[in-house]
Design a binder for this molecule. Structure first.
Ligand SMILES: *Cc1c(COP(=O)(O)O)cnc(C)c1O
Length: 363
């Protein structure tokens, strides 16, 4: 199978050589102090990177991000509690679905695709015990105002839950400043690792809620209080995605060496603005009114189907960008700026887009 592509999809993203090399090694036994030290080191570094308040904890879950979303609502939201969910795309909709399955009531704050939240509407909604948002709604490339939502959550006394999977290391993220109680991260987006590992960061308040809710969680695998207990000594209740954890360890050390989260965010922002600048003049429009650095979502303005363009880029230039689904299928596609890429790598896509539109569509 040919896996040699230039890759601009929001997960998986391009992984660094050192991360790839790490996962080619034989895995040793892990119920020992050596592995515990690795996991404890990863926890400490993650907490630092997201500016978690003193006393916060990180839980390592072997699941893709959706598993972590499900675990969070299972453990942080009581059966009779009502959550407010920001829904402006596929991932907002996913939270609604999860809560429906769990038979927990949710109030949707509907956001027009690509637009920001409307705080005046959110402020009028009372009686919610949690506010839930995908900080970057990856399906539209839109970054929401987390400072604002954090302030509103605080006023309402609600637990603030942020799925930051596709904004971590791409956009500013500060748990303390943004009043975030629970953060969901996952391996295959900004972290640029293989899929399969998610990290849930809990503020001291969220840790308390998780512990209090222990008996109400109808899941063994996702009962986070058990992860907290085992996590104290650097272990997990079940076999973790060891290879991805070793990748994480390598990646976190490399982030530290290269200037921390701020340097990562700056690099991603530079690539995003380079790309957005370079495609000016092409028949492409920015879809999101408030784009994340992680993703540029684009409309195609010359009548070519966005879906066809995605297929053509792969066929003609060995470049993978990301199609949209549903009603945006023929209108929008997305380009990610995460992972081990730089401006030169991004130029390959810019050049291909220029050639593609020069030779005319419908090829
Ligand atoms: C990718 C992503 C997820 C997780 O999706 P999985 O397919 O389960 O990995 C969740 N939320 C957001 C915002 C994402 O971008």
């Amino acid at each position: 199978m040919n896996k040699e592509f230039f890759i601009f999809t929001p997960g998986p993203v391009k992984m660094s050589r050192e991360v790839l090399e790490e996962s080619s090694k034989q895995l040793p036994y892990f119920r020992n102090q050596e592995f515990s030290n690795v996991l404890l080191d990863c926890e400490k570094r993650i907490l630092d990177l997201v500016h978690a308040p003193q006393g916060s904890r990180a839980v390592f879950l072997t699941a893709s991000g959706t598993g972590a979303m499900e675990a969070v609502t299972s453990n942080l939201i009581g059966q009779d509690e009502v959550s407010l969910v920001v829904n402006g795309g596929t991932f907002g909709q996913r939270f609604i679905e999860i809560l429906n399955i769990q038979k927990k009531k949710s109030i949707e704050h509907k956001v027009e695709y690509g637009s920001n939240i409307d705080p005046s509407e959110i402020e009028t909604i009372d009686g919610v015990s949690a506010i839930i948002v995908n900080g970057h709604e990856t399906s539209t490339g839109t970054l929401y105002d987390l400072n604002l939502l954090g302030r509103i959550s605080k006023e309402k006394g609600a637990v603030f839950i942020v799925d930051a999977i596709s904004m971590f290391l791409a956009d500013e993220l500060d748990m303390a400043k943004m009043n975030i109680d629970c953060l969901i991260l996952s391996s295959q987006k900004g972290l640029a690792l293989a899929p399969g590992l998610s990290v849930i960061v809990l503020s001291p308040r969220a840790v308390q809620v998780v512990k209090q809710n222990r008996e109400n969680v109808k899941s063994l695998y996702f009962r986070l209080s058990d992860y907290l207990v085992d996590g104290d000594r650097g272990q997990t209740p079940f076999t973790p995605a060891l290879s991805v954890i070793y990748q994480l360890y390598v990646r976190l050390h490399s982030i530290d060496k290269n200037g921390g989260a701020e340097a990562e965010i700056k690099k991603t922002a530079q690539i995003a603005s380079y790309f957005r600048e370079q495609i000016k003049g092409l028949p492409l429009g920015l879809f999101s009114k408030n784009p994340s650095n992680a993703v540029t979502s684009l409309t195609v303005e010359n009548g070519v189907s966005a879906h066809k363009l995605v297929q053509d880029l792969e066929r003609l230039y060995k470049i993978q960008v990301c199609p949209n689904g549903g009603e945006l299928k023929d209108k929008v596609f997305r380009v990610a700026h995460m992972g081990d890429i730089d401006v030169d790598y991004t130029w390959v896509l810019v050049d291909a887009l220029k050639k593609y539109f020069e030779r005319g569509s419908g090829i």
